[in-house]
Ligand binder design. Structure first.
Ligand SMILES: Cc1ncc(COP(=O)(O)O)c(C=O)c1O
Length: 366
């Protein structure tokens, strides 16, 4: 008899992600370069020019530094934390998997604030944990801190996943709310995914509160525009960070990613310029959508939800015009699409495509 995979695999949901699906594009006869991607919440202006210059100098025949020491030291200086409180990973996705690998045992409870990024549930189920959760309701997606505290008391989770600001809603919880939960439940590890924090003007990382049971995850693929290279880092108390490091496969952060990260970090002016341009472009895009009669939801980020009636149909119709938006059905929100702001020229193309879609008479979003 053929060997069977672990039974927990049967419990693992298929997670849908944004970004181009190359097989789908092939079926539709679309070239990937011809598609404008509003489905990933990245920085459409691309990385600092310093990144490409740094990549050209990397010795490809050499193994990367397994501890990413140079990058960690520079991050440490930039963030004013000791390098021992930083772990670099192959995207923040690897780091959230490592947090689960390092801390979860079969049967443990995991608490997830939803609707949110699907990888938290995926890894929790793979490890045989029991998934509990809070589901904020449309259209405000307000989180009731008291209700969450009561559920935390009832479930006593070993791990709590909080995405802040949240994907897909773009809602932002003050650090103090998370800190109050963490203080009240010291036996739970709070993994706070701050992948999109740079897109929230003036927001501070929960890491600045230096709490013993809080780990912050940062992505360098989004604001620094290194999605193709994969890079992120975890910030937290040393024992927690060292536990993740123990679970990490060797060389998971390649030499190109490490060099790119250092170059990107050195160019804070590029980051600031991109974020300022995006914030302005978001305001214009939202006004453009409202002028079409659509009702984008308020968000703290450059991405936001828009009710469209049937999100799947909307995505498909726009994709045929070379425009990709995120159908939020997989988040349990089949009436919503998620749009991430791009450059003003790209946004104008989206608005034109949505206008054509509305005129086709299939848009019942209001
Ligand atoms: C909330 C959230 N966390 C983490 C990730 C993964 O990011 P990274 O590219 O850093 O692995 C994503 C990617 O979409 C995300 O939406």
């Amino acid at each position: 008899m053929a060997p069977e995979p672990r039974p927990e695999l049967l419990e693992v949901p298929d997670v849908v992600h944004g970004a181009l699906d190359f097989a789908e594009l092939e079926r539709l006869g679309l070239a990937p370069e011809a598609v404008l991607d509003f489905s990933v919440n990245g920085n459409p202006y691309g990385p600092s020019p310093r990144v490409r210059a740094a990549l050209a100098t990397v010795a490809l025949e050499r193994y990367p530094d397994r501890q990413a020491l140079a990058l960690r030291r520079e991050l440490a200086q930039h963030l004013d934390v000791p390098p021992s409180q930083i772990l670099v990973g192959n995207g923040s996705a690897e780091l959230l998997w490592l947090a689960a690998l390092a801390f979860l045992r079969p049967g443990d409870a995991v608490y997830i604030l939803g609707p949110t990024f699907g990888e938290y549930e995926r890894v929790a189920r793979l490890l045989g944990a029991r998934v509990q959760g809070y589901t904020a309701a449309p259209a405000a997606f307000h989180v009731d801190p008291q209700a969450v505290a009561q559920e935390l008391h009832r479930t006593s989770p070993r791990l709590v996943f909080v995405c802040n600001p949240n994907n897909p809603t773009g809602t932002y919880l003050p650090c103090e709310t998370i800190a109050a939960w963490a203080g009240a439940f010291p036996q739970s590890l709070f993994v706070v995914d701050e992948a999109y924090l740079p897109f929230v003007a003036g927001a501070a990382s929960v890491h600045t509160l230096r709490l013993a049971n809080v780990l912050a995850l940062h992505s360098m693929t989004k604001a620094y525009a290194l999605a193709g290279l994969r890079l992120g880092y975890a910030l937290g108390p040393e024992p927690v960070v060292q536990a993740l490091a123990k679970a990490q496969p060797p060389w998971s952060v390649n030499a190109l990613a490490q060099a790119a990260g250092r170059a990107a970090l050195s160019d804070q002016q590029h980051l600031r310029t991109c974020l300022a341009r995006l914030a302005q472009a978001k305001g214009e895009l939202v006004r453009g959508l409202q002028a079409l009669g659509l009702a984008p939801l308020p968000s703290a980020t450059h991405f936001f939800l828009v009710p469209m009636g049937n999100a799947r149909r909307c995505r498909q119709a726009l994709l045929r015009q070379g425009i990709l938006v995120r159908d939020c059905t997989s988040f349990g929100l089949p009436a919503y699409i998620r749009i991430a702001t791009r450059t003003p020229a790209d946004n104008a193309r989206l608005l034109a495509a949505l206008q054509a879609y509305g005129q086709s008479g299939v848009c019942h979003g209001r």
